[in-house]
Design a protein around this ligand. Structure first.
Ligand SMILES: Nc1nc2c(ncn2[C@@H]2O[C@H](COP(=O)(O)OP(=O)(O)OP(=O)(O)O)[C@@H](O)[C@H]2O)c(=O)[nH]1
Ligand SMILES: [Mg+2]
Length: 473
C-alpha cells in the first residue's frame, strides 16, 4: 500500500475495488471519486499497487475507495483459501503473512491488503464478456473473506451482453449487485451506488447516509456557485465598453477594426474563464471541454452558426421589446445575413439609440451599428443586442450540461450535442424571458437601474436552470 498513515486516521467508510485485470476497476474508482487523474489504460496490468483515493467535502475526508491491481493467480489462491483450517476471522491476514514476500502471489497480497484492513469489497466485471473459470475462483475467494461485498457490472461495450449470466453467478457470492457504468454514470447513478453500498453492511449505514447527504449538499453548492459565475460573466460581457480616442488624422477604418477585435477578444476571454471555472468546480482536468469538434460550442462566439443555433427565435425576440421599454428597441435576431456585416452588426450596438448619452455629451454621430462616434472617440459596447445575452447564457448552459453529466472515469474526448435550435433559452417561459430582459437592461447599462435586484433574480433563474439540467435523465 502506498498510503502509510492509514491506521492513525479517523475511520471513514472504505471500499476496495477488486477484479480481474482490465475490467474497468480504475475507471470505476475514477468516477466514484470524481478524480480524472487516475491512470486508466487499454493494456491490462496498468494498476500495480493498491492506492487509496479519498473523497473530501469541505476539506474533510468522508469516504475512500481503494484502487487495486487485478487478480493474477486466482485458482492457486483459491486452493490455499479452501485448504485453510484456521480462524476464519484472520484468513486474509494469514494469507498475506504467508505469501507477503512470494512474488508469485504479489498482486493477490496487494489487492487483498485493504480488505484485510476492513474495507468493503466492490467487485468489478465487464458484462460484455462471458463468465470464465478464473472469475468464479475470484468470486469464491471473496466469499471466503467473509467481508461485505457488492458486485458491479461495468459493461465496456454494448455489442455483447452477458449480464444475465453474471447476475446468476453473483447471486451465489455477493450481498448486492449493481449495474454501474464507469464511463456513463452521472451524479444520480453515483448516489444510487452509495445507497446500495449502505445496504451491504449495517455498520456503514449511518456513515454512508452522511456521505450521500454531503454529496447532495456539495452539488447544490456547486450549482449555486456556477449560477453566480454565469451571472457575473454575462454581466461583465454585456456591460463591457471599449473606446479609442480619435483625431482628424485617425484612420477610422483601422480604429474600428482594432476596437472590434479587442472587444471580441475580451468577451471570448470572459467566456473562457467562465468555462474554466465551471470545469474546475466539477473537478474535470483532462479536457478543455466545451470546444469539442463539430459541436456548437466549437463555433466561434461571433460566428453566424452560433447565432442561428442558440438564443431566441425572431418571434420571441420581437415580444421581448415590451419589457425593455420603448426607447430601447430590440435588435432583431442578427443570425445569418446580419453577421455578414461583421462584428458590429452582431453586437447589435446602439441601433436606434438616438437618445443615448455618452460621457455627458449627446452622441454626435452614429457611425454604423455598434459603434458610437462621440466626437472624439470610437466606442464599442455596452452591448445593445438582447440576443447576445441569450447566446452567452445558452453556451454556458450547454457547457454546464456537458460537464455535469460527464463521468470522471471516461477518457475519450467529449462529443457534440444534437442540432436545430439547440440551446435552452428558446424554451424559456415568458416570465423567464422577462427576468433576462430586465437583467440585460441593467447589465448593459441602459435606462435607470430602478430595480437593483436584477442580478440576484437572474442568478436565481440560472441556478434553477442548472438544477433542471442536473436532474435531466
Ligand atoms: N467504453 C468503455 N470503456 C471502458 C469502461 N470501463 C473501462 N473502460 C476501458 O477499459 C480499459 C481498462 O480500464 P481500467 O479502468 O484501466 O481497468 P482496470 O481494471 O483498472 O485495469 P488494470 O489496472 O490493468 O487491472 C480502459 O481502456 C478503459 O478506458 C466503460 O464503461 N466503457
Ligand atoms: Mg487499474
Amino acid at each position: 500500500m502506498k498510503d502509510k498513515d492509514v491506521k492513525d486516521e479517523k475511520i471513514v467508510p472504505e471500499f476496495a475495488v477488486l477484479g480481474h485485470p482490465n475490467e474497468g476497476k480504475s475507471s470505476v474508482v475514477s468516477t466514484l471519486t470524481e478524480d480524472d487523474q487516475i491512470r486508466v489504460s487499454r493494456v491490462p496490468g496498468e494498476t500495480k499497487v493498491s492506492r487509496i483515493y479519498r473523497v473530501k467535502v469541505d476539506g474533510k475526508e468522508i469516504i475512500r475507495f481503494v484502487d487495486t491491481p487485478g487478480f493474477q493467480v486466482p485458482r492457486q489462491t483459491l486452493e490455499w483459501f479452501r485448504g485453510y483450517k484456521g480462524d476464519p476471522a484472520v484468513i486474509l491476514k494469514t494469507f498475506i503473512q504467508t505469501f507477503g514476500s512470494d512474488p508469485f502471489y504479489a498482486d493477490e497480497c496487494e489487492l487483498l491488503t485493504p480488505v484485510a484492513r476492513g474495507a468493503g469489497i466492490i467487485y468489478v466485471v465487464d458484462g460484455s464478456r462471458p463468465v470464465r473459470p478464473d472469475d468464479i475462483a475470484e468470486m469464491e475467494i471473496l466469499r471466503l473473506t467473509g467481508r461485505p461485498r457488492m458486485a458491479v457490472i461495468n459493461s465496456k461495450s454494448r455489442e455483447k451482453d452477458h449480464t444475465a449470466q453474471w447476475r446468476m453467478e453473483f447471486r451465489k457470492h455477493f450481498n448486492a449487485i449493481r449495474l454501474f457504468n464507469s464511463n456513463r454514470a452521472d451524479f444520480h447513478e453515483r448516489i444510487r451506488m452509495l445507497e446500495s453500498l449502505k445496504a451491504i453492511d449495517q455498520d456503514w449505514e449511518a456513515d454512508v447516509t452522511g456521505v450521500i447527504r454531503a454529496f447532495k449538499e456539495e452539488m447544490k453548492r456547486r450549482n449555486r456557485l456556477t449560477a453566480a459565475y454565469i451571472t457575473q460573466a454575462i454581466e461583465k460581457s454585456l456591460g463591457l465598453v471599449l473606446y479609442e480616442k480619435i483625431t482628424p488624422e485617425s484612420d477610422r477604418v483601422m480604429v474600428r477594426e482594432r476596437l472590434g477585435k479587442a472587444y471580441e477578444n475580451r468577451i471570448k476571454t470572459i467566456e473562457r474563464e467562465l468555462f474554466k471555472n465551471i470545469r474546475l468546480l466539477f473537478r474535470h482536468h483532462l479536457y478543455e471541454f466545451g470546444l469539442p469538434d463539430c459541436s456548437v460550442l466549437d463555433h466561434d462566439l461571433f460566428s453566424g452558426q452560433t447565432w442561428e443555433l442558440l438564443g431566441l427565435t425572431q418571434k420571441q425576440l420581437a415580444t421581448a421589446g415590451a419589457v425593455l421599454g420603448g426607447s430601447m428597441g430590440v435588435v432583431a435576431d442578427v443570425a445569418a445575413h446580419g453577421l455578414t456585416f461583421g462584428l458590429f452588426t452582431a453586437l447589435g450596438g446602439v441601433l436606434g439609440a438616438g437618445s443615448a448619452v455618452m460621457g455627458g455629451k449627446k452622441i454626435a454621430e452614429i457611425s454604423g451599428p455598434g459603434i458610437r462616434l462621440g466626437g472624439d472617440r470610437f466606442q464599442v459596447g455596452p452591448n445593445g443586442n438582447l440576443q447576445f445575452l441569450y447566446i452567452l447564457l445558452d453556451r454556458a448552459l450547454i457547457y454546464y450540461s456537458q460537464i455535469v453529466n460527464r463521468a470522471h472515469g471516461r477518457r475519450d474526448a467529449p462529443k457534440e450535442r444534437g442540432s436545430g435550435k439547440i440551446g435552452f433559452s428558446s424554451e424559456f417561459s415568458p416570465a423567464q424571458r422577462n427576468t433576462c430582459a430586465r437583467f440585460f437592461k441593467a447589465a448593459s447599462g441602459r435606462g435607470i437601474l430602478k430595480n437593483k435586484k436584477t442580478g440576484p433574480g437572474f442568478a436565481a433563474l440560472v441556478e434553477s436552470l442548472l438544477e433542471e439540467i442536473f436532474q435531466e435523465k
